[in-house]
Design a protein around this ligand. Structure first.
Ligand SMILES: [Zn+2]
Ligand SMILES: [Zn+2]
Ligand SMILES: [Zn+2]
Length: 132
């Protein structure tokens, strides 16, 4: 008598938290995710049709198509395509120029015109520096 020990059914489960759907093929799952989840987010790239979970992700993705580097380092003037690259880069300046435990104050923000995104980074940086 033959015993079936293994089921060759593999399910692809949807990874979105509130969703319990699963599919027998990757294609079906992908389609489900695109239709059900990603299109709700509406962050679609007009250039290549990819979807993104946040406006920020899409914005930075589009810079790849346009070749733009909109994030400028306020210390040395270098340009970056992604805000994360800029924040990493700025950390290098910090290592070199800021004494440990130094707390950047609001005066530095007033003297230079910063975009809102940069301001947020600066605040995060201040926070981490102040709480060392
Ligand atoms: Zn789902
Ligand atoms: Zn694109
Ligand atoms: Zn720099």
């Amino acid at each position: 008598m033959k015993v079936i020990t293994e089921y060759k059914i593999s399910l692809y489960c949807c990874m979105f938290n509130d969703c319990t759907k699963n599919y027998t093929t990757k294609f079906n799952l992908k389609r489900h995710v695109e239709i059900t989840h990603l299109k709700q987010k509406k962050h679609k790239c007009d250039y290549c049709g990819k979807f993104f979970v946040s406006q920020q992700n899409l914005k930075e993705h589009i810079f790849i198509h346009t070749g733009a580097k909109p994030y400028q380092c306020t210390i040395c003037g270098e340009y970056f395509r992604q805000i994360s690259q800029l924040s990493l880069h700025k950390r290098n300046h910090e290592m070199q120029e800021r004494p440990q435990g130094y707390c950047l104050d609001a005066k530095a923000l007033e003297t230079k015109p910063l975009s809102l995104a940069e301001l947020v980074i600066q605040k995060i940086r201040d926070y981490t520096l102040c709480n060392k």
